[in-house]
Design a protein around this ligand. Structure first.
Ligand code: DSN
Length: 430
C-alpha cells in the first residue's frame, strides 16, 4: 500500500503541475488563496461541531464557535443581508436545504430548463427530484440568452408555483427578476436565486443584486467567481424568524450532519479577502470575459450574444459546430493545455452532441491576466482551430503565455505559489 500512496502523491503533483502550465477556463472553477488553503489542512478538518455556535452537540468547540460567528458576520457584511448559514457543504446541498425549507413534496417550482443553462439541481434526476417537487419551466429568449418575460408571466399566472428559482450554470446576463417581481407578488410566489456562478460578481457589485431585486433567499456554492473553498452558503434578506428557522433546520439536520469546519474557516478567509479585493477582482473578471469574447468574435468564432456585448458575467459561450462540435473542440483544446467544457447551447437537439463550449475567466483573472492576454489567447485559439497550427507548437504557446501568471492576486499573502500544494506547507515529498 505504501507504493499506492506514493503513486497517489505523484499523481496529485502531476495534476498540479499540469494546471500550473495550463490555461484553465472552466467557468465554475477558481483558485483558493494561500491562507484559505491553510485552513483546509488545519486540525479543524478532524473535528465535529453539529448545530450552531453556543448550541453544539460536542465539546471542544469554543474556537469553532468563534470561527463560525466570524464567518457568518463576514457573509452578512459582504452580501448586505440579515441572514446567513454557512453549513451547507456544497451548492447542491445548499439548494436541497432551501427546497426543504421552502417547499413540500408535490409542489410546483418555477425554474429554467437544463438546455437553457440551468443547473442540474432543477432536474428530476437532481435536487428537485429528491425533494419530489415538479419544475415549471420559464420561457426562454435564445437571442437575449435570458428569460422571455412576457411569455413567462403567462406561464406563472396559469400555473401559480409557490416558489420561483432563478439562476444558471451558463450565466451570461442577469435574470429579469425585477420585471417578474410584480407577477411573483400577484401569484404569491417567493423568489429564490441560485447565485453559485455569479456570487463573487454580486458581492463585487458587478452583477444584479438578487436580494434587493425580489428574491428572499440566495443559495450558492462558494468556489466560482467567489474564489473560496468548495463549500455552500445560504443568504436571505427580509426572511421572518420562522423562515430563518426553516432555512437553518434545512441546513442542519436537514442536509448536513457535521459541516466541514476546515472549509468553513477557509470560507471566512475568502469572504474577508473578497471584502478587501472583491470589487477590483469582479470588475477585472467581467472585463476579461468581454475582451476574450470580442477577440474571438474578431477572429471568426461564433460567440453567442454578439449584439448584446457577449456577456455581463465571467462566462462566454461559443458555438463551435464549424470547428468540430463542443465535445471534439473541448478535447482538442485540453490536449494543448486550454481547459474548457463542452456545453449545450440553445437550439441543440441532443444532449450527447453539445454544439458549444463554455469559457470562463475567473481563474485567469485571479492569476493576473488582463485584456492583452485575452487577445493573445484568442490568437492562439484561432491559430489552432482555424489555421491548422500544429498541436505541439500551440501547446508551447499556451505554456509560454501561462508562464508569467502562476501566482495569485486579489488575496492576502499573494505571491505564494498558486498551484503547488507542497510549497504552501513548506515540504517537498519528492
Ligand atoms: N457543474 C457546475 C458547473 O460547471 O457549472 C456547477 O455546479
Amino acid at each position: 500500500m505504501a507504493r499506492t500512496v506514493a503513486a497517489l502523491r505523484a499523481t496529485v503533483r502531476h495534476h498540479s503541475a499540469r494546471f500550473e502550465r495550463a490555461i484553465p477556463l472552466i467557468a465554475s472553477e477558481n483558485l483558493l488563496s494561500p491562507y484559505a488553503k491553510e485552513m483546509l489542512i488545519s486540525d479543524l478538518h478532524s473535528r465535529y461541531a453539529e448545530g450552531l455556535p453556543g448550541e453544539r452537540y460536542y465539546e471542544g468547540n469554543e474556537d469553532v464557535d468563534t470561527i463560525e460567528r466570524v464567518t457568518l458576520d463576514l457573509a452578512r457584511r459582504l452580501f448586505r443581508c440579515s441572514f446567513a448559514d454557512v453549513r451547507p457543504i456544497s451548492g447542491t446541498v445548499a439548494n436541497l436545504a432551501v427546497l426543504k425549507a421552502l417547499t413540500e413534496p408535490g409542489d410546483l417550482v418555477g425554474t429554467s430548463r437544463l438546455a437553457d443553462g440551468a443547473h442540474i439541481s432543477s432536474a428530476g434526476f437532481g435536487a428537485f427530484g429528491l425533494r419530489g417537487v415538479k419544475p415549471v419551466y420559464y420561457a426562454w429568449d435564445p437571442e437575449r440568452m435570458t428569460i422571455d418575460v412576457p411569455r413567462t408571466r403567462e406561464i406563472l399566472r396559469a400555473v401559480r408555483p409557490k416558489t420561483c428559482l432563478f439562476g444558471l450554470s451558463l450565466f451570461l446576463f442577469p435574470m429579469p427578476i425585477d420585471e417578474l417581481r410584480p407577477t411573483l407578488e400577484e401569484i404569491g410566489a417567493r423568489g429564490w436565486y441560485d447565485g453559485a456562478h455569479v456570487l463573487g460578481l454580486i458581492a463585487g457589485g458587478e452583477f444584479q443584486d438578487p436580494l434587493r431585486e425580489g428574491c428572499t433567499v440566495l443559495s450558492a456554492s462558494t468556489h466560482k467567481t467567489l474564489p473560496g473553498p468548495q463549500h455552500g452558503i445560504l443568504l436571505a434578506e427580509g426572511a421572518d424568524p420562522a423562515l430563518a428557522k426553516k432555512l437553518e433546520s434545512g441546513a442542519f439536520p436537514g442536509v448536513t450532519s457535521n459541516h466541514h469546519l476546515h472549509a468553513m474557516a477557509a470560507l471566512a478567509v475568502s469572504l474577508a479577502e473578497h471584502l478587501e479585493f472583491g470589487r477590483e477582482y469582479a470588475r477585472a473578471t467581467v472585463r476579461n470575459a468581454r475582451a476574450l469574447a470580442q477577440a474571438l468574435h474578431d477572429r471568426g468564432f461564433d460567440v453567442l450574444a454578439a449584439d448584446l456585448g457577449f456577456t455581463r458575467s465571467h462566462t462566454i459561450a461559443v458555438r463551435v459546430e464549424r470547428e468540430g462540435g463542443g465535445e471534439a473542440v473541448a478535447r482538442r483544446l485540453a490536449e494543448v493545455g486550454v481547459i474548457t467544457n463542452k456545453n449545450l447551447l440553445p437550439g441543440d437537439t441532443s444532449p450527447k452532441h453539445p454544439g458549444g463550449i463554455r469559457i470562463g475567466t475567473p481563474e485567469v483573472t485571479r492569476v493576473g491576466m488582463g485584456e492583452r492576454e485575452m487577445v493573445r489567447l484568442a490568437e492562439i485559439l484561432d491559430g489552432f482551430l482555424h489555421r491548422g497550427r500544429a498541436a505541439e507548437t500551440v501547446a508551447r504557446e499556451v505554456a509560454e503565455l501561462k508562464a508569467g501568471f502562476t501566482t495569485l492576486r486579489f488575496c492576502f499573502g499573494a505571491g505564494e505559489a498558486a498551484y503547488r500544494y507542497y510549497d504552501l506547507v513548506g515540504r517537498d515529498p519528492a
